[in-house]
Design a protein around this ligand. Structure first.
Ligand SMILES: [Zn+2]
Length: 320
């Protein structure tokens, strides 16, 4: 794949295409998880290193890149058993960079989730960013720009990733061999990773589990919240997904309750369940559950549901 085949992020892709011959020495690809930062970083790197600058797939550089054995290309990321990207890891690449490129005209380093760098690692990198050799190209991917030193950010060109349009998400799903579904397009909020996850059977099982649990709600929110609490502790990695599943379910039920319009339901594949739930409970019962449930947001380390909260407040203001 090359930049021409990349779906979405048109502005960023155009910027990078113009930079293929003379890229800036450091880019920060910034944005929420799942927006394709690493994919675009890999695509750009391969094309910069390619002898023909097209990611031809057949030149020596492309073949080495595809085999992940290109001597002028490295990916730096946090080791799974470590808390951060250490200063030693950064010192190693600084040593590596001093040797100059072997095959290509550039040496390319992707620092994945660069916000995981310790402060001393960032300071070590800063020196190289201030006086980079002309063949150096750094791409830092970052989910949280605030965790990078301002000095690192100011020495780099920041490219901010946006959420994708529904038609771009559809295109991405098709390119993976999946049929785009209405509820996926609605629930993924323009995030391709979330969209793709819906095609995982395990994810669907979890979704069904949450739905069944909500359908068992008998008006005693305390015990249901307790059950969710222990689920969330068990499945910490899935917190955002599980949490959003509940919030969207309750949002749908409230929307339907207030308007009687099935068109406003986002979980379009589960209309019957939403309607069944909505018919069983009063608006204030559902609000109560939602309010109590929101307290579980404390288990999140990211602000996963800010959009939904706004949505809820809007609902309330409009006469809930
Ligand atoms: Zn090539």
């Amino acid at each position: 794949m090359n930049l021409d085949a990349f779906i979405g992020q048109k502005g960023l892709v155009a910027t990078l295409k113009k930079a293929l011959i003379r890229p800036f020495h450091a880019y920060i690809f910034e944005g929420e998880k799942g927006l394709g930062k690493k994919l675009l970083a890999m695509t750009f790197s391969k094309q910069v290193l390619c002898e023909k600058k097209i990611a031809c797939g057949v030149c020596k550089s492309c073949r080495l890149f595809d085999a992940l054995t290109h001597p002028d290309f490295k990916i730096i990321k946090r080791d799974e058993d470590k808390k951060e990207i250490s200063v030693d890891a950064i010192r190693e690449i600084i040593k590596d960079i001093s040797r100059g490129p072997i095959f290509a005209s550039k040496k390319v380093y992707i620092i994945q989730e660069a916000e995981e760098m310790s402060t001393s690692a960032q300071n070590a990198l800063l020196k190289t960013l201030e006086e980079p050799p002309e063949y150096a190209l750094f791409i830092l991917t970052c989910n949280n720009l605030e965790r990078l030193l301002p000095t690192v950010v100011s020495r780099s060109l920041v490219l901010s990733f946006k959420r994708y349009s529904s038609s771009e998400i559809s295109e991405i799903l098709k390119s993976h061999g999946y049929e785009p579904k209405d509820y996926v397009l609605k629930l993924c909020r323009g995030n391709p990773k979330i969209a793709l996850d819906f095609y995982d059977k395990e994810v669907q099982n979890k979704r069904d589990y949450i739905f069944d649990k909500l359908l068992s709600y008998d008006g005693a929110s305390f015990s249901l919240i307790k059950e969710f609490e222990s689920d969330f502790e068990k499945f910490k990695d899935d917190f955002a997904f599980l949490f959003e599943t509940v919030v969207y379910f309750l949002r749908d039920a409230l929307m339907f309750k207030k308007t009687n319009l099935v068109e406003l339901i986002t979980n379009t594949d589960k209309l019957e369940k939403i309607v069944e739930f909505a018919n069983k409970h009063t608006i204030s019962h559902i609000y109560r559950l939602l309010q109590d449930f929101m307290m579980l947001e404390k288990y999140s380390d990211a602000n996963v549901i800010s959009d939904n909260v706004l949505d809820m407040i809007f609902l309330k203001l409009s006469g809930g």
